[in-house]
Design a protein around this ligand. Structure first.
Ligand code: TNX
Length: 520
């Protein structure tokens, strides 16, 4: 709708009361501000989605879900006829003005309309997330707020550096109830994180119902680290989480660990152990010395075939993560045998294999993705995999592990690890994916991930305090152009997210490194 926008005092380009187009996390690739122009969302505005496009209608549902409550406006979704230039918010898929980069979008703000154009579903969602950050902070209130809902005029042309920008939640060490996982999805989606890796299984807990092996959830899911916070997701709850994530542009990557970290499975079924003797559930903090699948036992692969089959059926996304980490005492031949068999099962069930870096020496680099957590463990295997066409997701523990403490004495409660060192907000930003291992340059990198392990952490409040704001650093590294990397500029944009996170009730650590505005 037409506004009475005018240049603010001093002749500055930005209209007063608007968020600068440059104040977005992660930083957009190109921003042009139109001096003195702004868009006001009005009570009778509509959202227009490209006619016949499921992608555009999905993005419109997401956008209206964000805006209806705080604005109190009806925001009906209408069909956008080709060539039409309606007033209001427009979500246009394809069309004349092509945005050809995957996940890219163009967001144009005039006094009449906000138009988001993209060539794929992800691009539209990414544009919606940018628009959300350009609206006033009150958009994050869970209650109706008075207008104006004013957005600075201009054009943002944007696309990510990497296609994979992940966050990992360890729901195995301590179970995290589904509503809290949803809250985490809401929070990560804001920053264009497009994959949620769920570490569903570990020594201390099995967190997903498997109908053909019901004791996994019943026994394996009965407790957690310290003997507490057991629980599991029924398949129905899990599917609901996957759908919830997808409705926000996030794809879930389930992980079924092995051959180590499997105590919870062995404790559920004695026939999975090498000697057939039952095991007690495991509740200690450290890795279970007994949590090892029996590689020679045919039952192991019948079990994995069933589990992976059921997980694949619950997974619309492309990947199943098969773990492979911290089995250092195993001879390479055993790792090869196990991981190659499991990879075949994943492929048989129609999915792509994801593995921790220790799996890289065993898997076909052309058909698997490798997640790096530390250089200096098996660099030669990784470089070999890269030569064979392998792709890597970078999650270096020293910078990207969100369970590392900010500081030995902070946060005030004793959660988090420090085996990879403490990690300040600046540390989480101060690394380069393409410089982790010599030989794994930019062209081998599929993306970045921020894992959050939970053996010392329980509950969404503690998890969020570790994740935020450091997850924003990882999101920025995964999305923004390498040439825009600059801590002093980043921390100012980061600071502006404080009030938004606070309004959204996302707990974060207000690190003194960041110039948070008063009250946030
Ligand atoms: C290492 S790195 C692990 C996890 C722990 C984490 C704690 C990797 C793939 N595995 O099992 O939870 O450290 O920081």
């Amino acid at each position: 709708m037409l506004t009475t926008a005018s240049a603010s005092a001093g002749g500055q380009a930005r209209v007063s009361g608007t968020v600068p187009l440059t104040r977005v996390v992660p930083q957009p690739a190109e921003v042009r501000t139109t001096a003195g122009v702004a868009f006001d969302l009005e009570p009778d505005d509509a959202v227009y989605a490209t006619a016949g496009s499921k992608e555009a209608t999905d993005a419109a549902a997401f956008l209206t879900g964000l805006l209806r409550k705080p604005t109190g406006y009806a925001l009906p979704v209408r069909s956008l006829a080709s060539g039409a230039r309606p007033e209001g918010i427009v979500l246009a898929l394809g069309g004349a003005n092509k945005v050809t980069k995957p996940e890219g979008y163009e967001l144009e703000v005039t006094s009449h309309a906000v138009t988001i154009r993209a060539d794929d579903r992800a691009g539209l969602f990414n544009g919606v997330e940018t628009l959300r950050q350009l609206l006033p902070v009150k958009v994050d209130r869970a209650q109706r707020m008075p207008g104006p809902w004013r957005v600075q005029g201009g054009v943002i042309s944007d696309a990510p550096r990497y296609g994979y920008r992940g966050a990992m939640l360890d729901v195995a060490r301590h179970h995290l109830p589904a509503p809290d996982v949803k809250g985490y999805i809401d929070a990560i989606a804001r920053y264009k994180i497009n994959y949620l890796h769920l570490h569903l299984v570990d020594d201390q807990g099995w967190r997903i119902e498997i109908k053909s092996w019901p004791e996994l959830a019943k026994i394996g899911g009965s407790s957690g680290t310290g003997g507490m916070l057991g629980g599991y997701y029924t398949q129905e709850q899990y599917s609901d989480l996957v759908a919830y994530a997808w409705a926000r542009g996030v794809t879930v990557v389930p992980e079924i660990e092995g051959p180590s970290h499997m105590h919870s499975a062995l404790a559920s079924y004695a026939k999975l152990t090498c000697d057939g003797k039952p095991l007690e559930p495991y509740t200690d903090w450290v890795n279970s010395p007994l949590g090892k699948l029996c590689i020679d036992n045919p039952t192991t692969y019948e079990f994995l075939d069933d589990v992976i089959g059921e997980i694949a059926a619950l997974t619309p996304g492309p990947y199943i993560h098969i773990g492979g980490d911290e089995a250092h005492e195993r001879p390479q031949a055993e790792m090869d045998l196990y991981l190659q068999k499991v990879a075949k099962l994943v492929e048989k069930h129609g999915k792509k294999v994801f593995g921790w870096q220790e799996a890289a020496g065993s898997l076909d680099p052309k058909t698997s993705v490798t997640e790096l957590w530390a250089a200096g463990i098996n660099d030669e295997q990784l470089v070999e995999a890269a030569k064979g066409g392998g792709k890597f997701v970078m999650a270096p523990a020293s910078n990207a592990y969100l369970d590392m403490k900010y500081n030995e004495s902070l946060p005030e409660y004793p959660v988090g690890n420090s085996w990879a060192g403490t990690s300040t907000v600046e540390d989480s930003y101060d690394w380069k994916p393409e410089e982790q291992v010599a030989g794994l340059g930019e062209s081998t990198i599929a993306g970045v991930e921020a894992p959050l392990w939970s053996e010392t952490v329980f509950g969404i409040n503690q998890l969020e305090n570790l994740a935020f704001p450091r997850l924003l650093s990882i999101a920025e590294i995964g999305w923004a152009k390498a040439s825009s990397h600059n801590w002093d500029a980043f921390k100012v944009r980061l600071a502006a997210q404080g009030p938004r996170l606070r309004e959204a009730r996302v707990n974060y650590y207000p690190s003194p490194e960041v110039p948070w505005p008063l009250g946030s």
